[in-house]
Design a protein around this ligand. Structure first.
Ligand code: AMP
Length: 306
């Protein structure tokens, strides 16, 4: 007998346990409530799909945390509300069959992939009028360049938490500000979930893995190393200093590094306190740096501790 349309069992071609695909919001919430009733531990990894090793490291982390008996849910949903009008929502890369295979191999139990539109008032976004807004950690860095981005992120993650009811949710340090904003939201709104932040996974040349790397031409991909090179150079200078560095001077000192990569246009480069995300007056060990750069129309971000 075929499983129901709402939650078909998809078997991957390789040898690993099947992943259950859940499309409907009600079905996901019912499943999560049943797990709660059984006392199951639930680990959760929210994604926008087009998965790479960075995402998979988060799924593996959730699997380890949940143990063999617990449940691991990966959501795949390209959330329209976190994209501005001029951004890449329409062309965001997708490969659902491959994503399923990768999730199965990494030990996920369920892939929750709500249909386009279903998340926001049954496909009528104009009927959706409730937003979750974190207004402090969201203000700088990405929030300054993308003013409506974080309210889309916090709103969708709050909805996903209510649908999946996770005990633990794993986010990537690649999006450090996002993880901080989600942690703050979960604490402020008393979501009974622990947020784990897992390290950034990089390509061998240092470029942080990102679904958006797919947009890059070969020449742009070569020059995408500018972000990690800037981080490495800043770290080197900070480690060599005993007194700490003036942020304006350090930014100046990094200019020649950026100049080696003329295809890249730096959007921002900032030094901040990792707890408050406030700009640092003095850059020293423990200060974090975030950088965003355009390569053509593609906007990439990276960050790391100095
Ligand atoms: P996205 O699909 O881009 O929304 O990302 C989903 C999750 O994967 C977020 O928590 C990201 O921070 C995380 N992530 C994306 N790229 C990486 C990476 N290179 N290393 C670790 N985590 C990542």
């Amino acid at each position: 007998m075929l499983p129901s349309n709402r939650s078909p069992l998809m078997r991957s071609k390789r040898f690993h346990a099947p992943v259950r695909v859940v499309r409907s919001l009600d079905a996901m919430q019912s499943l999560a409530l049943a797990w709660k009733h059984e006392g199951q531990r639930v680990g959760f990894v929210p994604t926008m799909g087009y998965l790479h090793r960075g995402h998979i490291s988060l799924v593996e982390r959730a699997r380890r945390w949940a143990g063999p008996a617990g449940k691991v849910v990966v959501s795949i949903y390209v959330n329209p509300t976190q994209f501005a009008q001029n951004e890449d929502l329409g062309k965001y890369p997708r490969d659902f069959p491959r994503d399923l295979d990768l999730c199965a191999a990494a030990g996920a139990d369920v892939v929750f992939a709500p249909r386009d539109g279903a998340m926001y008032s049954g496909g009528q976004p104009e009927v959706h009028s409730t937003w979750v807004i974190e207004d402090t950690l969201s203000a700088g860095l990405e929030g300054r360049s993308r003013p409506t981005h974080f309210r889309g992120v916090t709103t969708v993650v709050a909805k996903l938490f209510n649908l999946v009811l996770p005990d633990v949710a794993v986010f990537g340090a690649k999006d450090f500000q996002q993880a901080a904003v989600i942690q703050r939201m979960a604490a402020n709104l008393n979501f009974p979930v622990r947020i784990i932040v897992a390290p950034t996974v990089r390509e061998p040349d240092g470029v942080a893995m990102s679904s958006r790397n797919k947009y890059l031409t070969p020449a742009q991909r070569d020059q995408a190393i500018v972000l990690s090179r800037l981080l490495i150079e800043a770290r080197k200078r900070v480690r060599a200093s005993t007194t700490g560095l003036d942020p304006i001077r350090l930014r100046e000192a990094l200019r020649p590094v950026a100049a080696v990569y003329p295809l890249a246009r730096i959007d921002y480069l900032e030094f901040f306190d990792p707890r408050t995300l406030e700009e640092a007056d003095l850059v020293r060990r423990g200060t974090r740096m975030a950088v965003a750069a355009f390569l053509g129309d593609t906007r990439l971000i990276d960050n790391g501790p100095l």
